[in-house]
Design a protein around this ligand. Sequence first.
Ligand code: M6R
Length: 613
Amino acid sequence: MCGIVAYVGNKQCQNLLLEGLKRLEYRGYDSAGIATIQDGHIRVVKTVGRVANLEDKLEEVGGVRGTIGMCHTRWATHGGVTDPNAHPHTDDKSGICLIHNGIIENYASLKTYLEEKGHKFQSQTDTEVLAMLIGELYSPSEGVDLEAAVQAALREVTGAYGIVVMCDKEPDTLVAARKGSPLMVGVGNGEYLVASDGSAVVSHTSQAFALEDYQVVKLTPKGFRTSTIHNVPVTPKIQQLEIELESIELGAYSHFMQKEIFEQPKCLSNTFRGRIDTRDGKVVLGGLASFAKELTRAKRVILLGQGTALHAAMIGEYLMEDLAKVCAVAEYASEFRYRNPIIEENTVAIAVSQSGETADTLAALQEAKDRGALALGVINVVGSTMARETDAGVYLRVGPEIGVASTKAFVGQVAVLTLVSIFLGRRRFMSADQCAEVLKALETVPDKIQRILEHDAKIKSVTERYIDRENWLFLGRGYNYPTALEGALKLKEISYIHAEGMPAAEMKHGPIALINEGMPAVFIANRGRQYEKVISNIQEVKARGGRIIAVATEGDEQIKRHADDVFYVPDIPEALSPMLTVIPLQLMAYHAAVLRGHDVDKPRNLAKSVTVE
Ligand code: M6R
C-alpha cells in the first residue's frame, strides 16, 4: 500500500504535506514525492527512499510553493524502485498530476491504447497510465472538466485505487476518488485535506468523512461536491475523528514497535473496558447483541486472516472449540477466496484484521458472505472497509498501530476472540460460574503482561548472545503453536533472520534435520496439558546440539534443567496463555532487529497492510 496526502486551501502547503506524509510513512517507504501548482504550473519533486530523502531533495531545489498540492509515499507494485516510478505522475498533454494507492489491473491494455494515440510514458507504473488517460479525456471546451475526466477515466478502469488528481488549468481544484483503497477527506475552514488515513489529517481538523467505493470528490477552497463515478451526487457523513495525537507520536520511545509492545497492558484494559461482567458471568459485546441468536445457532466458525492476524485467528480456532464448543477453522484468506468453499447453513465467518483493509481478507470475507455466512469482524481500525462490509463485529480498541510489525493488534485480536468465544460459550454450554472464572483470569492479563515487560533487560541480554545465529526454530503445542508461528514471523520480518515456527511434535517429521550445534530453538513450554510432551521435544533438540530458550511458567524450576535460558511468564489458564507467552517473543524480535541495526518500524520490502493481492 502507499500513503497519500493532499491539500487545497489558502496556506502554503509544502510543510503541511510533509508533516502528514511522515505520519503515513508506515504505509510504504520505497520512494516519496510531492507536487504543487506553483505559478500556474505543476512542480514535482520526487526521489527513491524515505520522506527524509525527499526533504533533502527539496532543500537542494529550494522547495516547492503553492496552496494546492499532493504528496505520496510508495510501496512498489508495478515497476521498480526508481525516481521515474515514484509518484506524483503527470500526463504529457493536459497538465494533469496524480498520486495513487492500489493497482490498475487493466493498465496494459489502456497503455497500448494511449501509446497508439501518441502518448509517451516515462515510467513502468500503472499509475502513469491513469494520469495519461485522464489527460486524454480532459477537454474543458467540450464540457469535460477535471472532475468529469476523472469520472470518465475511472469508468474504464478495473482494479483498486485511491487517487488524488490536480490540473494546472484548474489551479484551485483537487479531485479524489476511491475504490478498494481507503481515502478520507478532512474538512477545515476554507481548506481540505485528503489522506489515506486520519493520522495525516488530525492535527489540522477533526472533522472528516470517508470516501466510499466508486465515489469521487471535487474540492476547492470554496467547498466540495461528492458524486459517484457516474456523476450521481452523494452526501457524505462528516464525523469527528477519534484519534489522539499522543497515540500516533513516539513520545519517549525509540521506535513505534517498542512503544506498542510496552503499551499492551493499557491497550488490553481498553479492550476489556465495559465488556467483562464477572458478577453475572457474562461478556457484554454491544456489536454482537443483535446477532446473538444467529451466533448461538452457529454450526461452524471460519476465521480468516493473513500474517499475524492469521496467527491470532488460529488461536481463535482453539478458543472457539474449547470455550464455545463450536466447530472452528482458521484459514489463510488468500487461499480461502480462491477455493470453492462450502458454506453450510449457520456458518459464521470472522475476518481478523488490524487495518480492516487487507485485500485478501476482504475478498475472502465477501466470498463467505455471498455464500450465506454471517460476516463478523475483529478489527482495529474503526470505519475501515472491512468494518463497514461486515454484518457486525467487535473492535480491538488498541489504538493506532504504526510499527509495521504487528504486536498490540495481535494481543488485542486474541483478547477479542477470547471475549467472542466466551460470549458464544455462555449462550451454548458454559455456566455463569464457569464463565466468571475465565473472565476473572482474563481480567488479570494486563497486569501480567506488565510483569513480563519488566524483564525486558534480561530478554535483551539473552537475545544478544544469539544475535549472530542465522537460523532459529520456534516450537509450541496446542494454544501456543500459533504463538510459535508468530514468534518466528516477528523475528523474520524485522531482523531478517531465518526462523521457522511449527508444532513442536512436527519437528521429528523432518525439520529436526536442520538442528546443528548452537542453533537457537525457542520453546513455548508454559504449564499446560502438553507440558511433559514439550519437555521431551526440548530434549530431542538438546541432544542434537541445539540451544534451548524456553518461555515457561513462573515457579517452574524443572525447566532450568533442560533449557539454556528461561523467560518466565505468570501462571494463567492455558487458553489465555498466548497473550502472555508472545510478549518475550516480541521483545526478542525487537532487540534482535535493533542489535542488527535494522529500521525496526520500516522493515525492508514490507508495508503495514497489504491492500493488493
Ligand atoms: O491489517 P491486517 O491485520 O489485516 O494485516 C495482516 C498482515 O498483513 C499483518 O498481520 C502482517 O503479517 C504483520 N505486519 C506482521 O507483523
